[in-house]
Design a protein around this ligand. Structure first.
Ligand SMILES: Cc1ncc(COP(=O)(O)O)c(C=O)c1O
Length: 385
């Protein structure tokens, strides 16, 4: 039997009747968009995070774009983000006309290095061509970035802060959601994410009511929202007033219905993922170049379990012969990819460049049994490449 990299089927087996019933309810009421499940899921996300107001949307990429749009970020502006991330983090910046500025990561957590961020902001300010406006911190592989340090830097320089929590939604630092520090926290419901749907979906959570309203407007073609309409008289039905250039970015009712069922398991699944991570760390801690360490006070959702190995590609090939899947996140940092090469990466990002050659992700999901994990650990320890 082959070992799955992420076992979505095991989770589905646990809740299949509930999922079937939830999907059937949507088919019965027929509100495929804007159905009651969407609002209910948004409220439950707020309750889970314990902070903020959530606007669901079509995917985790739109979720990052919309706060940038709300802050009027555009040509001549700089948005700082890591290069060691999935394309979506930086892709949205040129959408607005602004420039991504790539920042290096910490060698143990793979998240933004606050010292590199500070240095990049200073370098951009000294050059004088771009105006620093925002930072997008990524909770890579599931663990929270160093938000107290990043927030302090943002406050010093007057920058907005987004937590791209697509891989880490549900993670905490000192018991708090990243939104405690960030102005906006975004996530993706891509099926393989720790909280994934059965299709695309995303969400952005914020603390500020006007920011929420602007995002609520952008996700429906820039329509007039409550705070636009209150106290004003319009010649036309305000429902058809489009006050800003927006987009179509909605979470389908069926996906919300599925996510409501999955959210019921999510706390337990985070705990199970942490048990899996602890077993890997115990078995591999002194046998490979590096096993992941989580920031002090942090709880990771373990979207990925990434180790480092001096012969990463050889190890991947060896695991394949044993029926064990692996993956490399990310083999080519974003600042070295053709569309992004011209954007600034002050200091050349040496940690990012070194990590790209050694990282390898192992099977990780809440339902990985100790027996299968022992097999994976033995295969890694037995490789002498
Ligand atoms: C770090 C990060 N940001 C953003 C995204 C974008 O999410 P989506 O695929 O839902 O647009 C992803 C998803 O893969 C991601 O891993």
């Amino acid at each position: 039997m082959s070992i799955p990299f992420i076992d979505l089927a095991a989770q589905q087996r646990r809740i299949r009747p509930a999922l079937d019933a939830a999907i059937a309810r949507v088919l019965d009421h027929g509100a495929y968009l804007f159905g009651p499940e969407v609002g209910e899921f948004e409220r439950q996300m707020d309750a889970f995070a314990g902070i903020g107001r959530t606007a669901s949307c079509a995917n985790g990429t739109d979720a990052i774009a919309m706060p940038l749009m709300a802050w009027d970020i555009g040509p001549g502006d700089a948005v700082f983000c890591p290069s060691f991330t999935f394309a979506a983090t930086c892709e949205v910046v040129p959408w607005t006309g602004a420039s991504p500025v790539f920042v290096d990561i910490l060698p143990d957590s793979y998240n933004i290095d606050p010292a590199s961020l500070e240095a990049a902001i200073q370098a951009i300010k000294a050059e004088g061509k771009l105006a620093p406006k925002a930072v997008i911190a990524v909770d890579l592989f599931g663990q929270p970035a160093d938000y107290p340090a990043i927030r302090a830097i943002c406050d010093r320089h007057g920058l907005k802060l987004i937590s791209d929590c697509a891989q880490g939604w549900g993670c905490t630092l000192d018991g708090q959601s990243p939104l405690h520090w960030a102005d906006a926290m975004t996530t993706s419901f891509f099926p393989a994410k720790p909280l994934g749907a059965y299709g695309d979906g995303g969400a952005v959570s914020v603390k500020d009511d006007r920011l929420f309203d602007l995002i609520d407007s952008f996700r429906v073609h820039g329509r007039a929202v409550k705070s636009d309409v209150e106290g004003h008289n319009f010649d036309h039905d305000p429902r058809y007033m489009n006050l800003r250039i927006g987009m179509t970015s909605r979470l389908d009712s069926i996906q919300a219905a599925i996510l409501l069922e999955k959210l019921k398991l999510f706390r337990e699944e985070i705990e199970l993922r942490n048990q899996v991570a602890n077993r890997y760390a115990k078995g591999l801690g002194d046998r490979v170049l590096q096993v992941p360490s989580v920031i002090a006070g942090g709880v990771s959702t373990w979207a990925q379990y990434v180790i480092e190995h001096k012969d990463r590609d050889g190890l991947g090939a060896h695991l394949k012969t044993k029926g064990i899947p692996s993956a490399v996140y990310y083999p080519l940092p974003m600042h070295r990819q053709p569309p992004y090469e011209a954007y600034p990466a002050p200091g050349g990002l040496p940690v990012t460049m070194a990590k790209a050659d050694t990282v390898i992700a192992l099977p990780m999901h809440p339902y990985l049994t100790p027996q299968v994990q022992d097999e994976i650990i033995a295969a890694i320890v037995g490789y002498n490449g």
